[in-house]
Design a protein around this ligand. Structure first.
Ligand code: SAH
Length: 457
């Protein structure tokens, strides 16, 4: 099996330091099940390619097979050829420091993202391209999988479960290797070695930054752990990051004026949606569904989708909206989905409008860029409405000092000019026009308590 990684960047040779492999050498590594060979098929100032060829010793493998296989299985199987957990073991052995995000010589490149093209051949998928896409696309990859014929001499037999896989995406090297480390074995499901608790630990380590919010998380965990129920449960328990939903924005807890502010915010956003004539609307980071309730009451909206990363918030939303007791007609109009704004998600495509009400300030600033692409590049609704607190107004909240935010889960709060600079740059980069509006009564000098941007294509 062959893994080939190429990258396109003005200082391509620097990336070879991250791999810790000398560009002029062909190197071979012994593995418990065969050997790995590493070399660079191409390297120029702006383009690099590294190949990892894994050769499996089929005779050695017959001795490793478990006892419960069919008699001929140890001798006739795809194990020597198909990308599997053997490839992950080879990646960890050969590219260990890259996988773990360590570099002695170029530490400044660890966090840097590169435009990678990754070719893996062959991979196996018992659910065709659908499964492959559902694993990689949410992580921001463009996925191409070409099926192999069962037998080239008999094309009428059709396609097999084997594919040549090509992924394209902008990722850090360690992030990308972590995705492969987990997802290649999850695609392949073959049992051929003992799966124990240390596999749970490896899965959690390499999935640390992305697995908990991956839309196919449960499937990945279960397949990676060969559907061993106890291990799967153990992993999921540790993974399920369930950020406590905002039971109420803190303003709402304060006094009647702040309850009004919440209401005003929702009404302004609703009036903007109505004016635009949108009929299919996304509420991203919908929380417990305060805005969804208003949307449901609005005639003319045909499709309403609320998405949140928090399971608990979605449960509360379903309860509060009493979805279970509504008619089929109502239930057809609204859907609650579990997902993250940080990962590309096909379910978000093709909408007239998306709203993010008091959501962006809950994202870590380094992750904003991911959200920007997910919303403005991939989901690409005709209109996007974003609201966020105006930090200049915080002087009016006596309990807030200079370094206290309005809510403990806020990662930042922006002034009007910070918000506008960010929104202008997003609009410019993704081909939208943006206008701004205050939310709540304006105070001279410090503006209104909250602020809003409307992006239109
Ligand atoms: N829009 C709602 C909730 C705002 S609170 C309202 O106005 O009432 C912020 C919400 O964003 C929370 O429900 C939180 O779970 C959600 N959130 C945080 N990070 C997210 C992410 N990466 N993807 C999707 N939702 C996220």
């Amino acid at each position: 099996m062959l893994l080939k990684i190429s990258w396109q960047t003005p200082y391509a040779p620097d990336v070879t330091f991250l791999f810790h492999k000398h560009p002029d050498k062909v190197q071979s590594f012994d593995l418990p099940f065969g050997r790995a060979i590493v070399f660079y098929p191409a390297l120029s100032h702006d383009h690099g390619e590294i190949a990892l060829l894994v050769e499996i010793d089929p005779i050695g493998l017959t001795r490793r097979s478990g006892p419960q296989t069919a008699p001929l299985y140890p001798y006739v199987n795809d194990r020597p050829y198909v990308a599997s957990s053997f490839l992950s073991v080879a990646v960890a052995r050969v590219f260990g420091s890259a996988l773990n995000g360590k570099s002695r010589d170029k530490p400044e490149l660890i966090e840097q993202t590169f435009d990678f093209t990754i070719a893996v051949a062959p991979v196996v998928s018992n659910q065709g391209a659908t499964l492959i896409n559902s694993l990689f696309e949410p992580l921001g990859y463009e996925v191409r999988s070409e099926p192999h014929l069962v037998d080239e001499q008999f094309p009428a037999w059709g396609n097999s479960n084997y594919f040549s896989l090509t992924l394209r995406g902008r990722q850090t090297l360690s992030g990308m290797l972590g995705h492969l480390y987990v997802l290649i074995p999850a695609l392949d499901e073959e049992k051929h070695y003992w799966v124990g608790e240390e596999e749970v630990e490896k899965l959690l380590r390499h999935g640390e930054h992305w697995l908990s919010t991956h839309p196919s998380r449960d499937l990945i965990v279960s397949r990676y752990l060969h559907r061993i129920r106890t291990l799967t449960q153990q992993a999921l328990e540790q993974l399920i990051e369930s950020p406590e939903p905002d039971t109420a924005a803190p303003e709402a807890k304060q006094d009647a004026g702040d309850v009004r502010l919440n209401q005003t915010r929702l009404e302004i956003v609703l009036s903007i949606l109505k004016e635009s004539g949108a009929t299919r609307v996304l509420d991203l980071g919908c929380g417990e569904g305060r805005f969804l309730r208003l949307l449901l009451q609005t005639a003319g909206l045909q499709e309403i989708v609320g998405m949140d990363v928090s399971h608990r918030a979605l449960e509360l939303a379903a309860e509060k909206l009493q979805l279970a007791s509504h008619s089929d007609a109502v239930r057809k109009r609204i859907q609650l989905i579990h997902g993250s704004l940080l990962y590309r998600d096909r379910r978000l495509e093709g909408f007239d409008a998306a709203v993010l009400i008091e959501v962006i300030e809950h994202l870590d600033p380094p992750r904003l860029a991911a959200m920007e692409r997910v919303v403005f590049e991939f989901a690409r609704p005709k209109m996007v409405v974003i609201t966020t607190p105006n930090s200049e107004f915080n002087v009016r909240y006596p309990r807030l000092g200079p370094d206290r935010f309005r809510h403990q889960d806020h990662r930042f709060e922006w002034s009007r000019s910070q918000f506008q600079a960010w929104a202008d740059s997003v609009a410019q980069r993704f081909g939208y026009r943006v206008t701004f509006r205050p939310i709540g009564p304006e105070d001279p000098g410090i503006g209104a308590p909250s602020q809003l941007a409307v992006f239109t294509q």
